[in-house]
Design a protein around this ligand. Structure first.
Ligand code: 5GP
Ligand code: MG
Length: 183
């Protein structure tokens, strides 16, 4: 995407959650996650690339012993509508017997997150929990009612970017969550 076009995308986008709103949501989640698994010495996986910013900001708010790794699977490539799962990196850590927390940007249909949860369970994790910054509200979840264990924000069914989420590989750095004009 051209520089000018990228600027225009952000300018024209609708801000669905500003920085203060997102950070308040992450604060709240950190409290709930600490109460839930603060004594379990969890293995926390950042789901790349979208989970990068949310996971980083969440981690500094978790005041307990934990380990961090990353997983990389994607469904979207450069498209803005669904496609097949593509695994780009898997488990550099042994999860057997561990409490695992998967941290991702958004739960859309939930195909990606559910596949990662299943993979952790197959590898012998004792318990697998999920945290997403955004839940997209619609009736197309992989299993009806499927949701993460910890959710930051409930947002409408639009294509969003910012806080780790990209629009055509741009604006993961946008300091809020924005919906693309017309999408
Ligand atoms: P799911 O398998 O839940 O349908 O798709 C999850 C993945 O698709 C997310 O982790 C994210 O990478 C991508 N995705 C889904 N909806 C959006 C969106 O609105 N914006 C962006 N940037 N990515 C999305
Ligand atoms: Mg993702």
């Amino acid at each position: 995407m051209q520089y000018d076009q990228a600027l225009k995308v952000l300018e024209e986008a609708d801000c669905l959650a500003d920085r203060a709103t997102v950070e308040a949501a992450i604060d709240r989640m950190a409290g709930v996650i600490t109460a839930s698994i603060g004594k379990k010495k969890p293995m926390i996986f950042c789901v790349m690339n979208g989970g990068l910013i949310f996971c980083g900001q969440l981690l500094t708010r978790l005041p307990f012993p934990l380990e961090v790794g990353y997983l990389h699977a994607t469904r979207y490539g450069h498209e803005t509508s669904g496609g097949d799962l593509e695994w780009k990196a898997l488990f550099q850590a042994d999860v057997e017997g561990r409490t695992v927390l998967l941290v991702d940007d958004i739960l859309d249909e939930g195909v990606t997150l559910k596949a990662l949860v299943d993979e952790c369970l197959t590898r012998g994790a004792k318990k697998v929990l999920t945290a997403v910054l955004v839940n997209k509200q619609h009736e197309r979840k992989v299993v009806p009612g499927y949701c993460a264990d910890f959710t930051g924000l409930e947002l409408p069914d639009r294509f969003v970017f910012g806080y780790g989420l990209d629009y055509e590989d741009m604006w993961r750095n946008a300091p809020g969550i924005y919906a693309v004009k017309g999408l």
